[in-house]
Design a protein around this ligand. Structure first.
Ligand code: FES
Length: 110
């Protein structure tokens, strides 16, 4: 595993999200209720950036076909999406958000 700093904590006020790129892969960071989440940044249904979606309670809603995904598990809560979003561990270290990723290709469900 490798640990990759992707943003400063200050860049993500609570209730916001930010897309970052690692190895050319979009990763969405969400700050909500004093917690941070990291997941694949492109919807598992079709190619659409999830940072254009909406935070809806403890889920994120894709703006293209309105599937919701659980922030905690990545599970697709509504059709048409069926596959969960890949989730990645994210920690705060010295004011930075650090995502834990495998050494090889970054897993993405599509
Ligand atoms: S592209 Fe996200 S629900 Fe269809």
């Amino acid at each position: 595993m490798r640990r990759v700093p992707v943003a400063a904590v200050d860049e993500l006020p609570q209730g916001t999200m930010k897309m970052v790129q690692v190895d050319g892969v979009d990763i969405l960071i969400v700050a909500l209720d004093d917690r941070f989440y990291a997941m694949q940044g492109i919807c598992s249904h079709e190619y659409f950036e999830l940072d254009k979606g909406f935070l809806t309670g403890d889920s994120i809603t894709c703006a293209l076909h309105l599937s919701r995904f659980d922030l905690e598990t990545g599970e697709a809560l509504d059709p048409p999406a069926e596959l969960p979003l890949a989730r990645y561990r994210v920690d705060v270290e010295d004011g930075l958000l650090v995502v834990e990723l495998p050494d090889g290709p970054i897993p993405v469900n599509e």
